[in-house]
Design a protein around this ligand. Structure first.
Ligand code: NAD
Length: 287
């Protein structure tokens, strides 16, 4: 049986690790807060007291951590994956981090960057979209693991390419949330039945997953994450830096990045990114 060491059992990593257990893998997980480890154990996995213990016997190590420095520390740090995993173990980093950091890590360990899209619901259902960068042989070796957590799995290029595609994903998601937020505040200001409006808009060319999955909660001002503003702020920083590096301009992306930054600066970094609606309402003098 393939042994998996799983580091980072948060909103996304927790259900992903549980799905790996369900698919028949032997999963040993570690997270900084013990309650998340206990949840994995309750789901049939094993708990570890640190990264070293989680990865020692693993054939494959999966990381699902917040940001580039977290992945660097867990993979390259003294008590980390590089120091403690078996020779030849494959790292699948599902976190969303900077493409250059993914490339640097792939220069030190056998690794794939495999960021995901689909949110908490996609993680729970095992229907994530996964964009993978790295070598062909490593992609082939990771297939069973990726298929246990995702349903759309694409090898998009060499190391770092998965992260570049994920940056494009985050641009589209942020821009779409902002336009849905603006539309909802606009509809409310005209006293339109927003529930009916959401349904009819979802059936036409304006239809999108944000309308399907987030608009109802946005109307109710329910902003429990989901995907936190502070993480999306990080991702828009990655997208802006990568666009600059390529000499590409992303004007709408820059505006939505500023709006996300404002939300974070106002102390809302822990809310779901649907909270962009809060900002639109505030800018419109309606909150
Ligand atoms: P999260 O904060 O809920 O989970 C991260 C977990 O990692 C936390 O439980 C934290 O305690 C743990 N952690 C941090 N540093 C650690 C360390 N050194 N050792 C062990 N554990 C550590 O975040 P999340 O929402 O699950 O997101 C994880 C990654 O996935 C991020 O890069 C995010 O951008 C990306 N992502 C999130 C979503 C989403 O909808 N939440 C969707 C797609 C991608």
């Amino acid at each position: 049986m393939t042994k998996i060491g799983f580091i980072g059992l948060g909103i996304m990593g927790g259900p992903m690790a549980a799905n790996l257990v369900k698919a028949g893998f032997e999963v040993t997980g570690y997270n900084r807060s013990q309650s998340k480890v206990d949840k994995l154990v309750a789901a049939g996995g094993h708990g570890a007291a640190g990264v070293a213990e989680a990865v020692r016997d693993a054939d494959i190590v999966v990381t699902m951590l917040p940001d580039s420095p977290d992945v660097e520390a867990v993979v390259l740090g003294e008590a980390g994956v590089l120091a403690h995993a078996k020779e030849g173990a494959l790292l699948i980093d599902c976190s969303t981090i900077r493409p250059d950091v993914s490339r640097a890590i792939a220069g030190r360990v056998r690794a794939l960057d495999a960021p995901v899209s689909g949110g908490e619901q996609g993680a729970i259902e095992g229907t994530l979209s996964i964009m993978v960068g790295g070598a062909d042989a490593d992609f082939a070796a990771a297939r069973d693991v990726l298929e246990a957590v995702g349903s759309t799995i694409m090898h998009v290029g060499a190391a770092g390419a998965g992260q570049t595609v994920k940056a494009a994903n985050q641009l589209i998601v942020a821009g779409t949330i902002e336009l849905v937020a603006e539309s909802l505040v606009f509809l409310e200001a005209h006293d339109v039945d927003t529930d009916a409006a959401i349904k009819v808009l979802a059936g036409g060319l304006a239809g999108n997953r944000i309308l399907d999955r987030k608009a109802a909660a946005m109307v109710k001002r329910e902003f429990t994450p989901g995907f936190r503003v502070e993480l999306h702020h990080k991702d828009l920083g990655i997208a802006q830096a990568a666009a600059r590096e390529a000499g590409v301009v992303i004007p709408l992306g820059a505006v939505v990045a500023q709006l996300m930054a404002s939300l974070k600066a106002q102390g809302h970094g822990g809310l779901d990114h649907g909270a962009l609606l809060k900002l639109v309402a505030q800018l419109s003098g309606r909150e």
